[in-house]
Each structure stands twice: as C-alpha cells, then as structure tokens.
Design a protein around this ligand. Structure first.
Ligand SMILES: [Zn+2]
Length: 351
C-alpha cells in the first residue's frame, strides 16, 4: 500500500496526518483497506478546478459511522477532480480501526470528539484534535463545512443546523429533505457555523441501511462537483423543518434496557420497537416502555435552555411509559450504551 504521501502535520507536530491528492490506486480495494492506509487522524487535501475556493467536509467524527468514509473512498477512487479545493477530515481513525472495524464511536475512556468544538477546551488529546481541526479549517477558510454522520439506529436521513439560514439549508438539501434546527448546544462542530462559513451536520441514516450509503454517495458527489452549493432557492429545496428538538436522557447513573416488558428493578426499559417511530408521530396512548421508579428519578428532558420538566412530555401509568402529548421522535437508539452516554431519542412537539 502506497502511504508515502501521507505526511505528518507541519512543524508544530499536529495530530493530523496530511495527504495531498491521493493516487486513486493507492487507497486499497475497500473502505476498510482505505481506513487501514491511514495512520491516525487524517486530513486529505484535494485540488479543485477552481483552486481559489475551498470547501471542507468531515466524516468518521464517530468511529462507528462510516457512511461518509465509504462515499469519500468511492469519490477518491474515481479520481474525480472537485469543483473547488476540498479539505476532507477523517478524525476518529483509531476508534474506527478497533476490530472488527467501524464499531467504536470513540476509543474507550475517551471523550466524544463532537462535543469538544467549543470553549472552554479541555486538555485531553481529543480536545487537542478538535482544536487543531478548527485551526486547519480557519487557515483554509473554506466557504462551508459539511460533517457527515450516521444515526446510531436505523433511521431516515436528516440534516441539522444550529441556525435557520438559507445557506445552511442549501447545504442540507444536497443530501436530504429533512432539516432540524436546534438550539441545543453540545459542543459539536456545526456550532462553529457563522455567516462566512455555514456548517451543517448530515445524518445519513443508520450505518447498516443501504439507503444511507446511497444518500451519502449522492450528496457528497453534489458537494464535490457543484459549482455552487450555497445558493439553492427555498422553492428548489422543499425542506421539511423540525424546530428546537429536546433530548430524552437517562438520569445520572440511571439504568436502561430494551425489551417487551419491564426488565429492571430500578430503571428504564424501552420497547425495541421505539425505533420504528423515527420521524413518526406518537400519541398519548403510544406505549414506549416501562419505568421502575418515578419518572423524575429516571428521566431528564433537556431543551436549549437546560432542563425541562419531564412530566410535561411523558407520563407513567402503572409503570408504563407514555407521551403526555403528541410528539415527533427522532434519532432513536436501541443501543443501551449510546442511550446511557448520549440520549435515548430526540423529541419535538407537534403543533
Ligand atoms: Zn455521529
């Protein structure tokens, strides 16, 4: 495997390795081989037809979300010249490489990289990686950034922006027709969006879903090849918007299980079928699962201002968990570890 052109970062001994215009024959025969060509966090630089402009993308921010990497691998293999210079960040290579590959969101005992992009910065290697990525982006001055993810469960695709701006919407519309505008602040890359550099997250759907691979491939091809990616008119986009989602989280130290009946003495058991409600409506009689103990001791609802009253959105009837009002659910996970460390799902109120 040709790796000679993967250089360590400049003289400040950065964490990112830099690879300039990789030879399409040097990438390995599969995305997994391509991953193993990389020596750690990598930034691939591609020269575009118009090298006075630049765009950036990131993928594999989470090691178990390979959709964007598959799509990038296919584009690199075609040797296709992008419309403008491209900066392609592949940060969580080490987590993704852990056998059997693309299983770990992050390395054990490490922070979630996509929670480290806003101050105050910590001092771990993950914090340094986030900071270095922002410095590389700042010095390249891309016209926009797209951060490509997969959802942790099976899900339709959607884009996320922290601001309601036409240029952010135009970026999302290259990939999908659902757009979430969130006021939740978690420390993710897209929170660094500003007027001169729109940044959005694209969730391509579940890593296992065939549709997500197609969507990532088509979206990224548009992002690479379109002369202009920021000027789509609202009429052309026909986006469906979801405003101000809230997160349903486990209370600190809480337990979670998935099953058809209550599995815990103390904690939350969700029905595995909650995943089927992704982007669907749930009413006040939709059983979501079971809670042993009180609602408030087990669950938290978080909105853009902090905590919301969990009892405003959910209710318990003899230990059975129902919505208190009509809700739309998305990013539903059935992975207990993600539910514990991140959240169970997001909700928006239906008007
Ligand atoms: Zn992710």
């Amino acid at each position: 495997m040709e790796v000679a052109r993967v250089e360590a970062a400049g003289n400040n001994r950065g964490l990112f390795h830099h690879w300039h215009d990789p030879d399409p024959h040097s990438l390995g025969a599969s995305a997994l081989e391509f991953l193993h060509c990389l020596h750690g966090p990598t930034c691939i630089h591609l020269t575009g037809n118009d090298s006075s402009r630049c765009r950036a993308m990131a993928t594999l921010m989470h090691g178990n979300e390979p959709g964007g990497l598959y799509a990038l691998f296919e584009l690199l293999r075609l040797g296709l010249r992008p419309a403008v210079n491209m900066l392609c960040f592949i940060p969580s290579v080490d987590a993704a490489k852990q056998a059997p590959g693309f299983v770990y969101r992050m390395l054990p005992h490490c922070k979630d990289l996509n929670r480290c992009f806003v101050p105050p910065y910590g001092a771990t290697e993950v914090d340094h990686l986030a900071r270095e990525m922002m410095e590389l982006i700042a010095s390249a001055r891309p016209e926009c950034v797209v951060d490509v993810h997969n959802t942790s469960g099976s899900s339709p695709s959607f884009g996320i922006s922290t601001i309601m701006e036409p240029r952010n919407a135009a970026l999302v519309s290259l990939f999908t027709h659902r757009m979430i505008v969130t006021d939740l602040r978690l420390g993710s890359l897209m929170e660094r969006t500003h007027a001169d550099m729109p940044i959005v997250t694209v969730e391509c759907g579940g890593a296992e879903d065939r549709e997500s691979a197609l969507l990532a491939g088509e979206g990224l091809t548009r992002y690479f090849t379109f002369e202009n990616v920021l000027d789509a008119s609202p009429a052309d986009m026909s986006l469906e918007y979801f405003h101000h989602p809230m997160r349903l989280e486990l209370a600190e130290g809480g337990e979670i299980a998935y099953g058809e009946h209550n599995l815990l003495q103390d904690g939350v058991t969700l029905l595995p079928s909650v995943e089927n409600h992704n982007f669907g409506h749930v009413g006040t009689d939709t059983l979501l699962g079971f809670v042993a103990g009180s609602l408030e001791d087990n669950l938290r609802v978080r909105n853009g201002n902090g905590a919301a009253a969990v009892g405003d959105y959910f209710r318990l009837a003899e230990g059975r968990l129902y919505p208190r009002r009509k809700l739309k659910l998305f990013m539903v996970t059935t992975n207990p570890e993600i539910a514990r460390k991140d959240c169970m799902f997001y909700i928006t109120e239906l008007s």
